[in-house]
Design a protein around this ligand. Structure first.
Ligand code: NAD
Ligand code: MLT
Length: 533
């Protein structure tokens, strides 16, 4: 996979420090704001990377408009403005910077809780309008009240820490964070059903997912204490806005603080204009510090990727973290070469269904499981799918064309056949009536085949350039005939190597400078595959 990034498009007013960091390593940067859809499609097609905040929608249409795009960087947390599945299908990496704005979002949440308890925005607006009204704005202390935090991730836990300083009791719920871990942060983690009747304030800090959509709804609000206050600085849609408005109007909800909305900007302002609602236009991460931090982080992540350092923040292919490492490159090349050879050996295709069993032997190669599987699929599928295939989209495309695929690791076992290295990849391909077994290693820095269907090359066969694989019976001696046929078509043969025989078969492999058009057969041997690696 190529991680070359030469041109990056910077959108949505991402802090200029991002462009500076990229330009410092020689990446050319184009900064654009408020593009029409047509301009966006055109610009994206001319860049290898695009960096956005939340305004630009990176849709399937945008992705389909570009053969060049390799990376989408999100300067922020939520990737809901990016069609991540479509990006994966197009082989485009999606990266975010999840920690960069945590503190700002947590502080904004705490500010919202305070504003809500003391009617700060309403009182401020009244005074600005000339009204010295103290009676209408009788507030409540936070001390001694209970705050429920739904979603105890990065932001939720920072909110807990800060609101404890006000003397609030913190309860919460998170399906992933263990109860004991929450307890270490001073949070009593409870089932949701126990949370609702206890909370004076509820703040949500989950992503917007199908199971968190309308998490706070009519039914939940009916289970809450009368006068409960609701805060949403996470994502519009986690709180059902229509249900919230009903509860505010009925007086069962004592107030709400909203930074995010189902539709942004909201076209219906009824909720925002409600006297008990405090609202901000998605400002959770809108601080100088957070914007600078996410801009620096996303730029640095791209620079690291280009420089072969571990990938950070990849949303759609987390297994690729170490795939840029120089030491892994020969293994990725080997896996792709084995996949490609397995595909050619099992042609012509009698059935679309195909099974690939992959065994990784040795401790080093076993650590590469997450990306060697996709690398094998890249080699296998080359030419079989319409899309440009790479490590990002290979698993998804393989599934779609009916490849079933198993990778097993054997960190403590050396390779099963006489191969000089302990680390090796063994691939078995089963396709209709055909099956082949390949064993290779890249321990010496080059993609090398050691065995094919049990026939061994003790010193190994480097996989490269154009190679013709002839199968023969152990009793036949077709080497001279192979050489004669290749010379007859003016092929430049650089090597001709035979495997050790089994009692059934022997392989003879010719390496040539370019593809050979061998129309006539070779007596005593069968050309099974010709592969250009
Ligand atoms: P995070 O991934 O660190 O935490 C989210 C937590 O939600 C996880 O611990 C997860 O287990 C939990 N969760 C998932 N489903 C749940 C459910 N059904 N019930 C309870 N918990 C559930 O994310 P984060 O960085 O803390 O961000 C939280 C949210 O805040 C995201 O939606 C993010 O997009 C949003 N955000 C908003 C702003 C803003 O400007 N308003 C800024 C930053 C982040
Ligand atoms: C985020 O998900 O990072 C926030 O919503 C902030 C933003 O959109 O910039």
């Amino acid at each position: 996979m190529s991680f070359r990034v030469k041109r990056v498009l910077l959108l949505d007013g991402v802090d200029p420090v991002c462009g500076q960091i990229l330009m410092d390593v020689g990446i050319s940067v184009t900064t654009r704001n408020k593009l029409t859809k047509e301009q966006l499609l055109k610009e994206v097609a001319e860049h290898d990377g695009v960096i956005v905040r939340s305004a630009t929608k990176v849709t399937e249409e945008v992705l389909a408009a570009s053969d060049r795009l390799r990376i989408i960087g999100r300067a922020g947390t939520g990737v809901d403005n990016i069609d991540v599945q479509a990006a994966t299908r197009h082989g485009v990496i999606v990266m975010n910077t999840p920690g960069g704005n945590t503190l700002s979002a947590a502080e904004h949440t705490c500010a919202m809780v305070c504003a809500l308890s003391r009617c700060l925005p309403q009182a401020c607006a009244a005074l600005k309008a000339g009204s010295w009204d103290r009676k209408s704005f009788l507030g409540y202390e936070l001390h001694g009240k209970t705050l429920a935090i739904i979603g105890l991730g990065r932001i939720g836990r920072e909110v807990a820490k800060r609101m404890q300083a006000f003397g609030m009791t913190i309860i919460g719920y998170d399906p992933v964070t263990p109860v004991e871990v929450a307890a270490e942060w001073g949070v009593e983690s409870l089932p949701l059903e126990s949370v609702w009747p206890r909370a004076d304030y509820i703040t949500v800090h989950t992503p917007l997912l199908p199971h968190t959509k309308n998490l706070i709804n009519d039914e939940v609000l009916a289970k809450c204490k009368s006068g409960v206050r609701i805060v949403n600085v996470a994502r519009g849609g986690i709180v059902d806005e229509a249900a919230l408005l009903r509860a505010l109007e009925a007086g069962t909800c004592g107030g709400a603080a909203l930074d995010v909305f189902q539709e942004e900007p909201p076209t219906d302002l009824t909720l925002c204009k409600h006297p008990k609602v405090v609202c901000t236009p998605h400002l959770g991460a809108n601080t100088v510090e957070a914007q600078r931090r996410v801009a620096v982080e996303v730029a640095q992540q791209i620079v690291d990727m280009v420089n072969g350092r571990p990938l950070v923040g990849v949303v759609n292919a987390p297994g690729l973290t170490n795939a840029t490492n120089d030491a892994c490159k020969p293994w990725i090349e080997l896996a792709q070469a084995l996949g490609c050879l397995a595909n050619h050996l099992s042609q012509p295709v009698e059935t679309p269904s195909l099974t690939l069993n992959v065994d990784l032997y040795g401790s080093e190669v076993s650590k590469m499981e997450a990306f060697l599987g996709p690398a094998l699929l890249v080699g296998l599928l080359k030419g079989m799918t319409q899309n440009g295939i790479n490590l990002v989209n290979a698993p998804m495309l393989a599934k779609e064309v009916g490849v079933s695929f198993v990778v097993r690791t054997h960190p403590d076992k050396p390779a099963p056949l006489a191969c000089s290295a302990t680390d090796a990849i063994q691939v078995e391909i089963l396709r209709g009536f055909k099956s082949h077994a390949l064993l290779g290693s890249a321990a010496a820095g080059q993609a090398t085949l050691y065995a094919l269907d049990g026939c061994v090359w003790e010193s190994g066969l480097t996989l490269g350039r154009n190679m013709l694989f002839f199968s023969a019976s152990p009793s036949a001696s077709p080497l001279a005939a192979i050489a004669t046929q290749l010379m007859a078509v003016h092929a430049v043969v650089t090597s001709l190597l035979s495997s050790a025989p089994t009692n059934k078969e022997v392989w003879h492999v010719a390496r040539t400078n370019s593809t050979v058009d061998l129309t006539t057969g070779v007596p005593g041997a069968r050309l099974v595959a010709q592969v250009t690696f």
